[in-house]
Design a protein around this ligand. Sequence first.
Ligand SMILES: Nc1ncnc2c1ncn2[C@@H]1O[C@H](COP(=O)(O)OP(=O)(O)O)[C@@H](O)[C@H]1O
Ligand SMILES: [Mg+2]
Length: 323
Amino acid sequence: MENNKLLQIMDLCVTYKTQEGLVHAVNNLNLEISDKETLGFVGETGAGKTTTAMAIMRLIPCPPGKIEKGKIFFEGEDLLKISDRKMRKIQGKDISMIFQDPMTSLNPVMRISEQIMEMILLHKKINKKEAYAEACKLLELVGIKKERADDYPHQFSGGMKQRVVIAISLACSPKLIIADEPTTALDVTIQAQVLSLMKDLKDEFGTSMILITHDLGVVAEICDKVAIMYAGSVVEYASKEKLYLNPSHPYTKGLFNSIPKLDTDEEFLEEIDGLPPEPTDVISGCAFNPRCPYCMERCEKEKPGITYLDKEHYVCCFLYENK
Ligand SMILES: Nc1ncnc2c1ncn2[C@@H]1O[C@H](COP(=O)(O)OP(=O)(O)O)[C@@H](O)[C@H]1O
Ligand SMILES: [Mg+2]
């Protein structure tokens, strides 16, 4: 394993047992992220993005969820093998997570100062007064006046609540922040503000980040690398520049075509035909083959492996094999 890899996921498989059958939410997923890097994790609803994030945090509800196999190396140690106690030390301190809906992370009956202090006191050996001062500093950092430290979550707007959540996620200077659609629940104008705050803080603290989103505009704004996910696997991975210049997987091309173009009057977006597979379907061959305009006979039978188009760009598609 290379040393500058902060996180490396190998062959991760996660399933959920449901009444309709076994859902293969994550299928042989491979992914890595280096120090100080921001990875955009893009895909449609149901692609397995949240499940991957929860697996890293070891928060998959079990049952119905189960990590069937795989390794998740964080700073050289497999998170799936360490003790619960050690994992709790890593959660929040080394890796923190920001969820889509800030209310999932905030306790409605606790003052926000207390919630930030709780995280600080859990991981740092300082007294309450010092923790309170740190909480105020963190609030100012995310653009909330310290006079509001003793307010309750309901006294804040959605965007402000998400700022509080960001302050909590930064409380222990984590090495990695996993942000799961952190702005999807917010108004569009507020989204931009919160994203630019996250970008500034990430640059200032040198934190690595996995940013889960279905919005390629957000990726363009913040990310260094991009992983495109389809039906539980990464189908294309590249630096942002290479992906935007040369989107290669038919699914990625479809995603780019479905972005509204500002310079035309087109009312309709060219969307990707068809629907993602049913979660319980087991598709033979490439998972995208039923929707793929370039589908060949072998795509229905064999799963494509990784083909490197460039040093920092790979795609899982037979179109590029032996090229
Ligand atoms: N707790 C759960 N129980 C059963 N199925 C689940 C559960 N959580 C997620 N799934 C299923 O796993 C698949 C991946 O979901 P998810 O990871 O939430 O995708 P995404 O975040 O990309 O929208 C979906 O088919 C979803 O229905
Ligand atoms: Mg999700």
